[in-house]
Ligand binder design. Sequence first.
Ligand code: SF4
Length: 314
Amino acid sequence: MQQDPTYILEEDTVRRHITVGSYTYLKIAEGCDYKCSFCIIPSMRGAFRSRSLENIVENAREMAQRGVTEIILVGQDSTSYGKDINSSLPELLRALNDVPEITWVRFMYAYPNLVSDELLEAINDCDKVVKYLDCPLQHSHPEILKRMRRPQTDLVEFAERARAKIKNVKLRTSFIVGFPGETEEHFEHLRDTIQQVKFDRLGVFEYSDVDTAHSQTLDGKVKKSVIKQRRSELMAMQQQIAFSQNQEMIGQTVDVLIDMVNSYGTLIGRTQWDAPEIDNTVQVKGQAVPGEIVSVKITHVTPYDLKGIVVSES
Ligand code: SF4
């Protein structure tokens, strides 16, 4: 039988940061106590263990002092943060918000039934915490969620609650299509829910069997061609949603964090509503350096990218 790994970095272990520049990822916990049927992470990474709040805050402060503008908190299940050390993610966000050197804080990978009102209020209250909620929901249909061993979540209610509690929030989620047992009816439920909720950012993954995952043993496997077609359908629908949301930004002036200068000499950045590598980028005309936040007037948009001009330093 495979042993649970127990290793977690000590407080004084020198950390190699995945990225140093305009943003950096900061791991707040290791492992996961859930048992989603398609996932083998718990068997590889072991039970959930949080790092101490003081250590994370100190680490984030050091990164900010070195010039990193955005701290991105990650863990397999960031919303469980603190449950084993008598703390919580809202407490961590509020502590980071109080650090003068820090500019932006983002966290990724919320677990749906742990998105409490307390957490939403902390995001809303903390001016350094970006108004962005990333919560992979995986599916909308109760029967598929049950087969996935995921919590039963009413996606419409979930999105309404988040949007009501956090002013000007953007919601990111991801879904899996073609999970074993997903019928046309289940898929239509998902498609109609996405159309109704209009998530601001959306990823769609095609299900595929993973060795040792429980879902591999389930009946009702969906043909690869059907899985591909379902993903294409959702992505085409989302493209329309994303384009119309981006069009609403034309003429607005928003803060943009400059990440880099590309090979053509164009500044490339992001708004607070976009995580690196997965969301919109903004091509910016004007003077700025990576790591700087500038006010940018949005002039052109595509479904997944924006263009704008610097109007002043933010
Ligand atoms: S999908 Fe996420 S929450 Fe589910 S078992 Fe894997 S790591 Fe845990």
